[in-house]
Design a protein around this ligand. Structure first.
Ligand SMILES: Nc1ncnc2c1ncn2[C@@H]1O[C@H](COP(=O)(O)OP(=O)(O)OP(=O)(O)O)[C@@H](O)[C@H]1O
Ligand SMILES: [Mg+2]
Length: 227
């Protein structure tokens, strides 16, 4: 069974004139699979990630998450599935600038409903894994770009998701920092976590098991030789 199965998904934004952001997208992501999504600005990448991440609903088509039909699930069900299955690493990473690194992770665990007694150990463990232990007590806004991205990854993986959704996680990072983000993703996929990543970065695309491209809301396969 695939973790994610989108069939003929469309998304039309109801503005004037309407925007057809996704036009009949089919996509499957298996357990532990690393899938990269390429595409020009405006091609529908973030729209796709929002739908897979249960932050938005398709206009038509079907979406099965772990075999469950979620295309029209209500907010409560979506919230529960997000907490149980999904981890997000967004472009701006949404690090809380006036909270410490440790608080950023701790608050994420709280939001996901992890009991208070477990939060401290989980926070310490994940900060060690992403190499931020020495910055635990620094304010989020004082981190470098690469450190912010690693903190964002720490928050996304600390709840043990089945699927990591990332929007340009290596954008604006130097080679070493980008490589360390991909290493963190690798350690996740090695334990069966699937990764769906939007990227403009050829290296991230080559790292993925499978690469697809969105062109005006339509999905095309990308051959290894094109990368
Ligand atoms: N809430 C919205 N209302 C109306 N139109 C929208 C909305 N969100 C996105 N769009 C439009 O839908 C299309 C796809 O947008 P989307 O954000 O998915 O693109 P993208 O591929 O992520 O682009 P980028 O690389 O610039 O982030 C664009 O034409 C965009 O202007
Ligand atoms: Mg986008």
């Amino acid at each position: 069974m695939s973790l994610v199965e989108l069939s003929e998904v469309t998304k039309t934004y109801d503005v004037s004139p309407p925007v057809h952001a996704l036009c009949g997208v089919n996509l499957t992501v298996g357990e532990g699979e690393r899938v990269a999504v390429l595409g020009r600005s405006g091609s529908g990448k973030s729209t796709l990630l929002n739908i897979v991440g249960l932050l938005d609903e398709p206009s038509s088509g079907s979406y099965l998450l772990a075999g469950r039909d979620v295309a029209a699930a209500n907010d409560k069900v979506r919230d529960g599935l997000r907490a149980a299955f999904l981890g997000f690493v967004f472009q701006e990473s949404h690090v809380l600038g006036n909270r410490t690194v440790a608080q950023n992770v701790w608050l994420g665990l709280m939001a996901s409903g992890v009991p208070r007694a477990e939060r401290g150990d989980l926070t310490q463990g994940v900060l060690e894994r992403v190499g931020l232990t020495h910055r635990s007590d620094s304010l989020g806004r004082l981190l470098s770009g690469g450190e912010k991205q690693r903190l964002a990854v720490a928050r996304a993986v600390v709840t043990s998701p089945k699927l990591l959704l990332a929007d340009e996680p290596t954008g604006n990072l130097d080679d070493a920092n980008a490589a360390s983000i991909l290493d963190l993703f690798d350690s996740q996929s090695a334990t069966g976590v699937a990764v769906l990543v939007i990227t403009h970065d050829a290296r991230t695309a080559r790292w993925a098991d499978r690469v697809v491209r969105l062109v005006d809301g339509k999905m095309q396969p990308v051959l290894r030789s094109e990368l």
